[in-house]
Design a protein around this ligand. Structure first.
Ligand code: PLP
Length: 382
């Protein structure tokens, strides 16, 4: 009888071991609520990790998507406004723009970081202004952990007074010119969903150097209660605060974040070795010294003019119980955003057609790596 192979996941939760102590403490002290010592402790751990002087202000929230929604509200995005957004990303970068009845304007990537192309960004801003409307904000993404071209993008946003929202959901631990992702924009968003580099089972955070914004995000995330003994509201609020139980998981995860970053980066090195002798494949990387990626996911590109094909490789690996995924399908190609303007050409579309994300978890074992390497090698021997 054939032994069932266990599944190798793309990116699965990886507990460090101390998470349950923090969760137990929450139970023992009965802080089973969307506030408490773990929430404050987790926020302070993140602020410390981001490593700036002065440290940023952090609000722990129920998801990265919630953090983006609040970031857009703080940027004063309202119905009818336009918001610029990287097209090649997960839909959660763009959806909150629509929650506010604002309109996403999508921008293509460049091939150096796979992120927002600064030239197209400026072109889009100038064109929208010529049509009579200056975009209110920009959602720029550090895709798969690779920092975007921060210096130029920050400069363009300053020049046109556009609020820069940094979607750093995939890039905790990455940095640009020694500054950690999450500290580069006016507002930044982190995610602790189950597949991210650390997880709270579900959660996110908003990061900013503006204390008023931080306080307002907490106020809005806890139903916008005015300071009064009764329940009084002068604004629409949300139930977006992180629970003290989840924050306990987060505090434990912060203790292993550095080791997770090392292990994810080691997975990238592993794929470099596996594909070194396979000419048809390029492992995505950026070796420029300004860019430090946590390599949240390791990605490859297949040369389209060969007999090998990304979809075929993915299905091949699935047969070996190895989970892979196509790259993010750009937003301008999504049915739900078909009516939104797009600035660019075929860069992100070409990446999408030829790319693949490979198993990248910090919990993968030598045996897993051997299985992956063998399955890949047999495919390219065909
Ligand atoms: C995961 C992710 C989000 C959303 O975070 P959630 O915590 O899942 O809501 C946003 N943007 C990007 C790029 C992501 O990968």
């Amino acid at each position: 009888m054939r032994k069932e192979l266990s599944k190798i996941w793309l990116s699965s939760p990886h507990m460090g071991g101390t998470e349950q102590n923090f969760v137990r403490q929450a139970f023992e002290t009965n802080w089973i609520a969307p506030l408490g010592p773990n929430v404050e402790g987790f926020e302070s751990d993140i602020a410390t990790f981001l490593n700036t002087n002065p440290p940023p202000f952090v609000a722990a929230l129920s998801s990265g998507t919630a953090a983006l929604h609040l970031a857009l509200i703080l940027a004063e995005v309202e119905a009818g406004d336009e918001v610029l957004c990287q097209s090649m990303t997960f839909s959660a970068s763009a959806n909150p723009i629509c929650y506010l009845q604002a309109k996403p304007i999508f921008i293509d990537s460049e091939t150096f970081t796979w992120n927002l192309d600064p030239d197209l960004l400026e072109e889009a801003i100038l064109h929208r202004m010529s049509l009579g409307k200056k975009p209110k904000a920009l959602v720029a993404v550090h895709l798969y952990g690779m920092p975007f071209q921060a210096e130029r993008i920050v400069e363009i946003c300053k020049k046109y007074q556009i609020v820069l929202i940094e979607d750093s959901a995939e890039a905790l631990g990455s940095s640009y010119k020694g500054k950690r992702c999450g500290t580069l924009g006016d507002l930044a968003v982190l995610s602790f969903n189950g597949n991210k580099i650390i997880t709270t089972s579900g959660g996110g955070a908003l990061v900013t150097y503006n204390k008023e914004w931080r306080d307002r995000s907490v106020y809005l995330s806890t139903q916008a209660r005015d300071p009064a003994p009764h329940y009084q509201h002068s604004q629409i609020g949300y139930n977006y605060r992180m629970s003290n139980v989840c924050a306990g998981i987060g505090r434990g995860q912060m203790e292993v974040l550095n080791s997770h970053i090392e292990r994810r980066r080691a997975m990238h090195q592993f794929y470099k070795k596996v594909f070194a002798a396979i000419d048809e494949v390029e492992v995505y990387e950026n070796t420029h010294p300004d860019y430090f990626s946590n390599y949240w996911l390791s990605c490859i590109l297949l040369n389209p003019s060969t007999k090998f094909d990304a979809k075929e490789l993915r299905l091949w690996l699935e047969k070996y119980q190895i989970e892979c995924r196509p790259l993010w399908k750009p937003m301008h190609l999504q049915p739900v955003f078909a009516d939104c303007p797009f600035y660019g050409d075929k860069v992100s579309e070409t990446l999408f057609n030829n790319g693949l994300c490979l198993p990248s978890g910090s919990n993968l074992t030598d045996a897993d790596r051997e299985r992956i390497a063998n399955a890949i090698k047999t495919y390219f021997k065909k």
